[in-house]
Design a protein around this ligand. Structure first.
Ligand SMILES: NC(=O)c1ccc[n+]([C@@H]2O[C@H](COP(=O)([O-])OP(=O)(O)OC[C@H]3O[C@@H](n4cnc5c(N)ncnc54)[C@H](OP(=O)(O)O)[C@@H]3O)[C@@H](O)[C@H]2O)c1
Length: 405
């Protein structure tokens, strides 16, 4: 990994993982997979509602906290209470400090927010400060008012829109450009430009790797987004070849004024400012999402299991005999019905495993039991059943009676 030294001497990995539009669970998996692949820089934001997922991915990876560069952003509707939002972000992520804190949008009271960010910086809560999507006039306004100058400006940046004038302006302050949408938000027509195929063939790389290499040679920090472990590995494998000046110039010819994938005006900023500044809802969303995923995995399993159970019953029991189950005698139809009418009621989770408790309908009134399924998330994001246990639950006032009584 190549590092960029920021203008306050903090070292930042030149490449990181972007997590825009990732659900909390996807962000957790992508972070985990990225760190396993060798990434040491992850970008998130209050407004992505996935910071807690990113933090979980970091913790699950086992990579020491101080080896991971964590970047997050404050959303404009929270700028007037930025100090509070910084503390809430720290609590939400639980990582002790934030490496790079960025103002996400150039609207609202960004000067007030910058002051709170400076206080957090001085208090050691944050190691570096940045601006996102700010035009030059507003960057200058912040610089003029600031005690702590920005270390980074992040903007849409790719071969169609290389932002050379901004880079030139920022260089006088030693401010780094970070490219968001470095791959044009995954636009196939960008990576299918013939120049990338040509250079990819020459260097034994893919067109995407050539684009990312171009960014690095421009001096950009990059945060390509990917949920694919294979893409993550490819995206890191860009530090063993060098494009020539001529090749960099060939790619520069793709620059097309105004060719961007995102644009904002005052009406967009108004919308941004009207978004409620409750970023803790992400955990509730995560729990809902997790529950839905687990229940779907559980359903899959139970469907197969119940068919099997009923089939086994048919094969092993005398069809005329009552079916004996956990000490209670039920007739065969009632038992089959009890199994078929399963009803999953709660999901519990900790960092290591998930328990799904299921009351089997029809049986629990007289003889409740729980089925505990433990699922483990696999590297590809799917859930694998690793244990399945029936436990008999006795009613609180249950009296044991022995056969001899
Ligand atoms: N500050 C801001 O306002 C702002 C705005 C937008 C984005 N951002 C940041 O910038 C990051 C990057 O933006 P982005 O993720 O939207 O766009 P991007 O990085 O330009 O492109 C991501 C897309 O490229 C695909 N991709 C990644 N690696 C690939 C590979 N090796 N081969 C083929 N396809 C590949 C990904 O799909 P797979 O998942 O299949 O790999 C995904 O669809 C965001 O995640 C976010 O952190 C910041």
């Amino acid at each position: 990994m190549q590092y960029i030294t920021l203008n306050n001497d903090v070292k930042m990995p030149a490449e990181g993982l972007g997590t825009f539009l990732m659900s909390p669970a996807d962000a957790e998996m992508a972070t985990l997979n990225a760190l396993r692949a060798g990434f040491r820089h992850i970008d998130t934001a209050n407004g992505y509602y996935n910071e807690a997922g990113v933090a979980r991915g970091i913790r699950r990876s086992g990579v020491p906290r101080e080896q991971v560069f964590v970047s997050t952003k404050l959303w404009p509707s929270g700028y007037t209470r930025a100090a509070e939002h910084i503390d809430k972000t720290l609590a939400r992520m639980g990582l002790g400090y934030i490496d790079m804190l960025i103002l996400h949008q150039p609207c609202g009271d960004y000067l007030a927010a910058w002051k709170d960010m400076e206080d957090a910086y001085k208090a050691g809560k944050v190691r570096a400060l940045g601006l996102s999507n700010f035009p030059v006039e507003k960057i200058q306004e912040v610089i003029d008012a600031a005690e702590v100058k920005p270390q980074l400006v992040t903007v849409e940046n790719h071969p169609y829109h290389p932002n050379d004038a901004l880079r030139e302006y920022l260089s006088q302050y030693g401010i780094v450009i970070e490219a968001w949408y470095p791959l044009g938000h995954g636009d196939a027509s960008l990576r299918n430009e013939p120049v990338f195929a040509e250079l990819a063939a020459k260097y034994g790389k893919s067109p995407v790797q050539v684009i990312l290499r171009w960014h690095i040679q421009k001096g950009n920090s990059i945060i390509p987004g990917s949920k694919s472990p294979a893409h993550l590995a490819d995206n890191l494998d860009i530090f063993d070849f060098v494009l020539t000046d001529d090749e960099m110039a060939q790619i520069a010819e793709l620059a097309t004024p105004g060719k961007t994938y995102y644009a904002a005006d005052e009406s967009v900023y108004e919308k941004y400012l009207s978004i409620p500044d409750d970023f803790d809802v992400q955990e509730a969303r995560y729990q809902e999402e997790l529950k839905a995923e687990i229940l779907a995995a559980s359903d899959e399993y139970w469907k197969a299991q119940f068919d099997l159970d009923v089939e086994r019953l048919r094969k092993t029991c005398d069809p005329k005999a009552p079916f004996v189950h956990m000490g209670i005698t039920m007739d065969r139809g009632a038992e089959e019905e009890a199994i078929a009418q399963r009803h999953i009621v709660t999901v519990k989770r900790d960092d290591k495993h998930v328990d799904v408790r299921a009351l089997v309908g029809g049986n629990e009134a007289i003889n409740p039991f729980v089925a505990t399924e433990t699922y483990h998330r696999q590297a590809d994001g799917s859930w694998k059943l690793i244990s399945f246990v029936y436990t008999h639950i006795l009613p609180e006032n249950y009296q044991f009676r022995f056969l001899s009584e």
